[in-house]
Every structure is written in C-alpha cells, then in structure tokens.
Design a protein around this ligand. Structure first.
Ligand code: ATP
Ligand code: HSE
Length: 337
C-alpha cells in the first residue's frame, strides 16, 4: 500500500498506515518493560494517525501505539507530559518505563509507547453531567501541568494558522475567504493585546474532543470520567485556548454549530469550581472561542483540500467549524458561572 511498506489496509480498505506487530514483537517489548507474558494482542482499527493495539499482559491491560507520523525527537514532550500528569493523579495513559526509565521505545523501526488501557468508552452525545466532568478534570489537568519542565509550543497555534491560511484560501468561495482573512487579522490583533499577554498558560491538550475522553456509566448513576487521551496535539499555550476547544466540541449542537447554553454553563461552572477564571480570561473568552473554531476550520480545510498520503480515512467536515466560527463571531459571550 502507498506510504507504508509494512502496512496493511484496514477493514474499510483505505490507505491509513497500519504497521503489523507480531506476538513476538509484543512479547519482546513486554520483556523490556518487565510486564510478563503476553496474553492477547488485537489491532485497533479506529485511529487515523497511528497504529494502535490492545495488549493484555500478565500485569494488566495496555495500549501499544506505533507512531506513524511523529518522530523520535518530537515524542518526548508528549509522553513525558502524560507521565507527569498521570503521576499527579490525572487519569491519562501512563507510558510504561523500562529499567532505565525510558518510555519511548522502538517497534518495527517505528517509535512506540505502551500505556495503560483506560476503562470505559467515549460519549459522543454528551449531556451536562459529562460536560461538567470534563470541565472539572480539565482544570485539574491545567493545575497539575504546572511545573512540567519541557517546552513545546502548540504546533497548531497562531503561526501555523498564518502559514496555512494562504494555502487553503485558493480553495474557498470569496465570502469564505473574506471570513477567514478577517478572522485571522482579528486573532493576530488579539494575540498582540495586553489582556492576551496576561492569560495564564502551560501545557494544554488542545484537541480534547468527545472522542478523546472515556467515561464509565452505570444506569441511574452520574457518569465517571475515566480518562483523557490522544495528547499528540498538546503544547504550551493559554489555558483559555484549551477551554475554548472543549466548549466548541462538548457544548455545541453538532447539527447547526450553535452553543448549547445548559452544557456550556455546566462545563464552565465545574471548571471554575476547580480554578476560577482570571479577569483577562473572562474578557477574552469570546475571542478565544472564535480562535478555537478558526484553528479547526483551517486544519479541516487543509486536510480536505490537501490530503496527505496515507492518512485520513474520512476527512472531517470543514463546514462544521465554519458554522461554529460564524455562530461564535455573532453571539455574545456565554454567561459565567
Ligand atoms: N489509553 C487508551 N485506553 C483505551 N483505549 C484507547 C487508548 N488509546 C487509544 N485507545 C483506543 O484507540 C482508538 C484510537 O486511538 P487514537 O484516537 O489515539 O488514534 P490515533 O490514530 O492516534 O488518533 P486519531 O484517530 O484520533 O487522530 C481510540 O478511539 C480508543 O478507542
Ligand atoms: N479533533 C480534530 C481531529 C484531529 O484530532 C478535528 O475534529 O478536526
């Protein structure tokens, strides 16, 4: 298949990279990590960026990821962040270390990590209780990220929007191009403001959509958040940007891109109970909601019009985030809890 000598096609006969891992390869890694005998190994077909396997060992249930795009040089920031957060009680996958403390490994020539498997499942139709759980855990994660000593900017931040907008603009209708250019100009203006400079910042997830959170749910009980995962767009940015990305997914009606007030209030109230927003954060929330929509509109346009080889089973709909941006640009800020 194109782009992956060792790859095979997924069930949907697409060209996403998927590297075969044998039981022998998996056992060798488990030996390195002191995790005992392999009990089972099963490929996960869901992902579009990486090769993922469920691995059961004598010591527990894990997920093995072979990174198809990220390099050995890029990965330590993400993996050590996950370790830092996990060791501070945030439910995120904790990369298993060998006797020397190494958490980035090599399997079939690819960079690889083995993490604990989170219990539960994603909730793709969240209610206020799910949004509250995500808001509270996001605030706890931000606070737990203080003191993380590696630095990598959000690689999908303002400089990337400025670089990528000219690449996608030729593919847009004039009215869409005007919206993109005016919003970009506005975001450059916001980023140069004193209020923006005063925003608290640190490591952020930056892609905490519904499909990157797990819950366990029993009938009649409140949902229990069992983990955040897929940290491979994380970087150092404003905490408010992370909040905006979440509000734009968890608290939006997917049908029309409009905010859902009840879910928004639940999210913000729960976040604020763990960490009160500062004055500049309250001031800039409407601008950052627009920034969060712009970020995913641009990346989806880029994926849609300039698909990379061996990626993207189904490009996400860029029109959704165009609608979210239009809605955010014409609506007043959400009420604060
Ligand atoms: N630590 C984990 N615990 C439980 N399940 C996991 C874990 N990591 C990944 N998964 C499962 O594997 C699937 C694919 O993982 P992930 O979303 O990270 O794939 P990806 O190809 O890296 O990224 P994406 O498709 O989101 O761009 C997830 O939807 C989830 O079901
Ligand atoms: N969450 C992104 C996909 C990349 O993880 C999107 O919905 O466009």
């Amino acid at each position: 298949m194109p782009g992956s000598a060792s790859g095979k096609c997924s069930a949907s006969d697409t060209v996403a990279v998927f590297t075969e891992v044998t039981e022998h390869d998996a056992q060798a890694l488990l030996n390195t990590l002191g995790l005992g005998a392999l009990r089972s190994l099963r490929g996960i077909q869901g992902g579009i960026e990486n090769t993922n396997y469920f691995v059961d060992s004598e010591r527990g249930q894990h997920v093995l990821t072979l990174f198809e795009r990220l390099s050995f040089a890029q990965l330590p920031f993400y993996l050590h962040l996950m370790q830092h957060l996990a060791h501070r009680g945030i439910p995120v996958p904790d990369p298993a270390a060998d006797a020397q403390g190494t958490i980035l490994h090599r399997v079939n020539g690819k960079p690889a990590a083995l993490v604990n498997r989170l219990r539960g499942a994603s909730e793709l139709a969240p209610g206020p209780a799910h949004c509250a759980a995500v808001g509270a855990m996001l605030a706890r994660m931000h606070l737990a990220g203080r003191g993380y000593d590696r630095h990598q900017p959000n690689l999908r931040g303002l400089p990337w929007w400025n670089e990528t907008a000219p690449v996608v603009l030729p593919h847009l209708e004039p009215e869409q191009a005007a919206l993109l250019q005016s919003e970009l100009a506005y975001q450059n203006h916001v980023a140069a403001s004193a209020a923006y400079a005063a925003l608290p910042r640190g490591p952020v997830h930056a892609d905490l959509f519904r499909d990157n959170v797990m819950f366990e749910q029993s009938p009649g009980q409140a949902p229990v958040l069992t983990g955040f995962f897929d940290f491979y767009f994380a970087g150092v940015d404003t905490w408010l940007f992370d909040i905006a990305v979440c509000l734009n997914d968890w608290c939006i009606r997917l049908a029309d891109g409009q905010a859902d007030d009840e879910r928004t209030a639940a999210f913000l109230q729960a976040y604020g109970a763990e960490r009160a927003l500062t004055g500049p954060e309250r001031e800039l929330l409407p601008a950052m909601l627009r920034a969060g929509a712009l970020r995913f509109w641009i990346s989806r346009l880029w994926d849609f019009h300039l698909p990379r080889e061996a990626a993207l089973l189904t490009p996400h709909d860029p029109g959704h985030f165009e609608r979210v941006l239009r809605a955010r640009a014409t609506r007043l800020a959400p009420a604060f809890a």
